[in-house]
Design a protein around this ligand. Structure first.
Ligand code: PBG
Length: 336
């Protein structure tokens, strides 16, 4: 400093970080994190009896597929080189035990079957393994006499659903219901039925998040109330590490943190500890916020989408489930 006089600039800075930001080639050369389409999973919805894809108002750009349009989307996922699709079924009839998840001609099992026949082993066919789309009360499990979600009765149904989904052709099952013990019973049921090669992507660290809002419209959810007795409290960190340990002990092949963007600290913690691949789910509300802001011209859509997915990878996720997967891959192919 030179009080009262000219500001003096140091000319002998020992290091200038800007040197590695000078040109696109230099920035690309030193870039630490990359996203490849094969690391992305596209979640898709298929509606029983639909002849046409139906737009989901709160998720502009996402639809409830007909069987035909679902198969086209899966074929496009192959062409774009995505890692896979995660299929959610939207049935027309619901009941207290969500029996539509078990029937081989139920919407989800039919979709798994038809999509697998379409894509073979070219992408991963993943199944959401949860009762909430199939129950008339909208909870992820069956209810006991007091109206509480009955953990152990639900496990029996998950075990049966797992075998049905594997038979239908799923490569990967994604139990998303947050019942205690779900990974273990699913693994055991799969193995007993001879499906030792079907893997389990455990929704290990799933928070009771407000950002699931648009998903409820996407699956015509009938839920009243919330899922706070089974999904995690957004305030908790240590509990996530416990959930991770349990799912690993029960045989999880991959683990997931969900949602992603408000939970990047947990993605990092899980990634640092996990011996298996870590996934993060950029959920419906995260998608819709970006879409809404971009539609208003408030943010640059492509830049915001790419940055959001990159940041999830930088936090430690090996793979990302995102409704932007196909968009991302199209941009990626333009540039590569
Ligand atoms: C439960 C399930 C949900 C999502 C995926 N699986 C909803 C919930 O837990 O309430 C949300 C996905 C999203 O918001 O994009 N089967």
């Amino acid at each position: 400093m030179n009080p009262g006089g000219e500001i003096t600039h140091p000319r002998n800075l020992p290091y200038r970080p800007r040197r590695l930001r000078t040109t696109p080639v230099m920035r690309s050369h030193v870039r630490e994190t990359r996203v490849h389409p094969s690391q992305l999973i596209l979640p898709v919805f298929v509606r029983e009896g639909a002849r046409q894809p139906r737009p989901i108002t709160s998720m502009p750009g996402v639809v409830q597929h007909s069987m035909e349009s679902l198969k086209e989307a899966a074929q496009e996922a192959v062409e774009l080189g995505l890692g896979g699709v995660m299929i959610f079924g939207v049935p027309t009839t619901l009941d207290a035990t969500g029996s539509g998840i078990l029937a081989q001609d139920g919407i989800l099992n039919r979709a798994l079957n038809e999509v697998r026949a379409e894509v073979g082993d070219d992408i991963l066919v993943m199944a959401d393994l949860c009762l909430d789309e199939f129950t008339d009360h909208g909870h992820c499990g069956v209810l006991d006499a007091q109206g509480r979600v009955d953990n152990d009765a639900t496990l029996d149904l998950y075990a049966q659903a797992a075998v049905a989904q594997a038979q239908a052709g799923a490569h990967v099952l994604g139990p998303s219901g947050m019942m205690d013990g779900q990974v273990g019973v699913i693994r055991q049921a799969l193995d007993e039925a001879g499906h030792t090669d079907v893997s389990v992507l455990a929704y290990s660290v799933k928070y009771a998040s407000a950002f699931y809002g648009p998903f409820r419209e996407a699956v015509d959810s009938t839920l009243t109330g919330d899922r706070k007795t089974y999904q995690m409290d957004p305030a908790n960190r240590r509990e996530a590490l416990r959930e991770l340990q349990l799912d690993l002990a029960e045989g999880a092949d991959m683990v997931m943190v969900k949602p992603a963007m408000s939970y990047l600290d947990m993605v990092r913690e899980v990634a640092d500890l996990s011996p298996v691949p870590v996934s993060a789910y950029q959920i419906s509300g995260e998608y819709s916020m970006i879409q809404a802001a971009a539609a208003n011209g408030w943010i640059d859509r492509r830049a915001a989408v790419e940055e959001s997915i990159l940041s999830i990878r930088r936090a430690g996720a090996d793979t990302v489930l995102t409704y932007f997967a196909a968009d991302f891959a199209r941009w990626w192919h333009q540039d590569n």
